[in-house]
Design a protein around this ligand. Sequence first.
Ligand SMILES: [Zn+2]
Length: 126
Amino acid sequence: MHEFSMAQQIFNIVMKVAKDNGVRKILEMNLEVGKLTFLNPEQLKFALKVLSEDTIAQDAKINIEIIQPEIKCNNCGYTGGISYSGPEYHTTYPIILLKCPKCGNSDIEVIRGRECNIKNIKAIKQ
Ligand SMILES: [Zn+2]
């Protein structure tokens, strides 16, 4: 499952950072998830909760901020948001052709919306 494998990656990074910094207890995990990742924030949260059981992160509050997509068009120079049709969330990676809302060209670059970042972690040190 898409969300679970992403949660596993996030969890591994959080645990590594916590270990490297001598963290005793993780209080909060703040994440940024781009809309174009098609991750369901509730499922991601749930997967992280499951992974956190019996660890220093078991009582951590998980906050997920959704990043709206933004593109740059290589044809007309448009930068900004896009609208796209299709389901909101997938359990597998979808293949979607994104188009410029101004000229309809598909020669675009995604500036924002595909990221899945750990913004910060609040924790108690030893
Ligand atoms: Zn364009």
